[in-house]
Design a protein. Structure first.
Length: 77
């Protein structure tokens, strides 16, 4: 994945299952995650969670950080 949107104010980091599947990580087992609810208190279908090593920035301005993502079945707004 070349570009992502990072929302530093969010409580959870979301990865849509469609994007996860495009990453060719079929051998990776997702960790069971707690339920999450949208703004209307409707449950969001969670496939699981995964931790990625993220490299953010470019040239001299790079940071590396482990980030936990929830993999969700549908697009979440």
């Amino acid at each position: 994945v070349n570009r992502i949107l990072v929302d530093t104010g969010s409580s959870v980091d979301i990865l849509i299952a469609k994007t996860f599947n495009k990453m060719s990580l079929k051998d990776i087992i997702l960790i069971k995650a707690s339920p999450v609810y949208d703004f209307a208190s409707q449950p969001i279908t969670i496939k699981g969670s995964i931790t990625f090593l993220m490299v953010l920035g470019y040239e001299k301005h790079i940071i590396t950080q482990m980030v936990d993502f929830l993999v969700v079945a549908q697009t979440v707004i």
